[in-house]
Design a protein around this ligand. Structure first.
Ligand code: GLC
Ligand code: CA
Length: 526
């Protein structure tokens, strides 16, 4: 279980309204009590914050608003004591346009750093070399008047793409990795891995004329050249002490493409996040069954990585909730992600059912000198709700983004005291996941629920102990006729482990599920 922390919003330790590294250290006991194996900390490096830290101006520094290198070292030391590993967000596809490397690169066409970025002459008409569109809108090309060439950026123009074909750049970035590994990191979350290389023939995008054409394209992503780069990074983390790993922001168009991200010899990214699952926002049992079955049958036996919420996704409470059954739905999405096998990722606050900030809550947000526009991802980045007091226990000052009004009732303190809270549902799931070999490392058994609205699967350990997972993805009561057990034998003696439906009974063949009910049943095969 890896827990994503957006440091700006997790815990403020000095009252300036901005979360910081010391704040994370203060909350490690809480994370340990949840049973988290690792935390992924999103960027805390010096940055002009055009894209809140994802525009890095110094890869081996700590931005003063987040603390100091000593705070970082203390965080990793304290985390290690509690059995929690710390992953650094490595923004490798692009730097900030304020990074000294880019300043040098744009100084002249003959500067030694010129080739660390991706430059191209204008098209014959003086316009951009291709018609490609960047992920944040507009052309992927920005004209540099001084040197009369365009530079390439798949994200903002303040985020020029680095040229991974350049050996000097490669070495500099490898040194960055070794720096953090020497400073207590147990690996990296690799940002935007699909976009490291582009088609060197620079074809035009045929889709552009029909409207915006953004995202994964054969010419801007998933290029063959990336594999050697990622293999080298894997060698670097493998050589580090303490089982360091690579977690990848590896969106792919298909499951077969995702299988390749692990490397043909499982020698590239250890844990590529499954965006085919993570991007889903609508409960449809047929779609989810297919995603779960595919993740277990088409990734060549490599561990899938399931998640829903992140700093780039609407929170799952908001994305999946229907306004009526939100509580049951939150339990269902949690149970699915945490019992389906492989690795699971959680986003801070998901465990208490935090929702996105509403438009009304965001209306009066002060933008300040650095922040000229509100990010459309602000809603899912609001401060962690620790208590019901002003500032939500996040800060004693004025928070950089508002603490949700819901914090008055939806907070860690209140939910800790309530055995039926979402937080305690997560705690129970995480405990089962740790304690039961079937959930920890058991095989995934796809089952047919006999009902198009219900996902059913089992996890089974070597000794024949299993857990049946039933997820009703509809607002109606559903009756099931479960089939697909090995040898056709329905296991007999079941025991309910966890249910969101208080009157649940044990029936392994024809159970009945309340609207959006989740049920976990222990069983034994003979
Ligand atoms: C990744 C990050 C996102 C960022 C982008 C550019 O997608 O998760 O927040 O904006 O990369 O670095
Ligand atoms: Ca602070």
């Amino acid at each position: 279980m890896i827990y994503e922390i957006y440091p700006r919003s997790f815990q403020d330790s000095n009252g300036d309204g901005i979360g910081d590294l010391k704040g994370i250290t203060q909350r490690l006991d809480y994370l340990q009590s949840l049973g988290i194996d690792a935390i992924w900390v999103t960027p805390f490096f010096p940055s002009p914050n055009a894209d809140f830290g994802y525009d890095v101006a110094d890869y081996t520094g700590v931005a003063p608003e987040y603390g100091t290198m000593a705070d970082w070292d203390e965080l990793t030391r304290q985390a290690r004591k509690r059995g929690i590993r710390v992953l650094v967000d490595f923004v490798l596809n692009h730097s900030s346009d304020q990074h000294p490397w880019f300043k040098e690169a744009r100084a002249s066409r003959t500067n030694p750093k010129r080739d660390w970025y991706v430059w191209h002459d204008p098209a014959p008409n003086g316009g951009p070399p291709t018609n490609w569109e960047s992920i944040f809108g507009g052309s992927t090309w920005e004209y540099d008047a001084a040197t009369k060439q365009y530079y390439y950026h798949i994200f903002l123009k303040q985020q020029p793409d680095l040229n991974w074909a350049n050996p000097g750049l490669q070495k500099a970035m490898h040194d960055v990795m070794r720096f953090w590994l020497a400073h207590g990191a147990s690996g990296f979350r690799l940002d935007a891995t699909p976009y490291l290389f582009e088609d060197p023939t620079w074809p035009n995008d045929p889709d552009v004329k029909g409207g915006p054409s953004v995202g994964l394209k054969p010419y801007n992503s998933g290029r063959e050249e990336s594999h050697a780069i990622l293999r080298e990074m894997r060698r670097i983390v493998d050589a580090a002490p303490g089982q360091a790993i690579l977690l990848g922001e590896s969106s792919t168009p298909t499951i077969d493409d995702l299988a390749k991200v692990y490397g043909s010899k499982a020698d590239e990214i250890n844990l590529p996040m499954n965006f085919l699952y993570g991007n889903l926002t609508h409960l449809d049992a047929k779609v989810f069954k297919r995603q779960l079955d595919d993740a277990h049958s088409r990734l060549r036996g490599q561990p899938p990585v399931f998640f829903f919420s992140s700093h780039d996704h609407s929170r799952q409470w908001t994305a999946f909730g229907d306004g009526v059954h939100d509580d049951a739905i939150a339990r269902l999405t949690a149970a699915m992600t945490l019992t389906a096998g492989g690795t699971a990722l959680m986003y801070y606050g998901e465990e208490i059912g935090m929702a996105d900030l509403t438009a009304a809550e965001l209306k009066d947000v002060p933008l300040g000198p650095k922040r000229v526009v509100a990010d459309k991802r602000d809603p899912e980045r609001s401060p962690m709700q620790w208590t019901g007091t002003a500032g939500g226990g996040f800060t004693t000052g004025s928070p950089w983004l508002p603490v949700a009004q819901a914090a008055a009732t939806t907070n860690v303190a209140a939910q800790s005291a309530d055995p039926h809270s979402i937080l305690n549902w997560y705690r129970q799931l995480l405990t089962l996941r740790r304690d039961l070999p079937a959930l920890r490392e058991g095989s995934y058994v796809p089952l047919e629920s006999g009902n198009a609205d219900v996902v059913a699967f089992a996890r089974l350990d070597r000794s024949g102990q299993g857990v049946l997972v039933l997820l009703n993805m509809s607002a109606a009561q559903q009756r099931l006729a479960i089939s697909g057990w090995a040898g056709g034998h329905v296991p007999s003696d079941g025991r309910v482990l966890l249910t969101s439906q208080p009157d649940a009974t044990v029936d392994l063949a024809n159970p009945v599920l309340a609207p959006f009910a989740t049920r976990l049943v222990a069983f034994r095969v003979r």
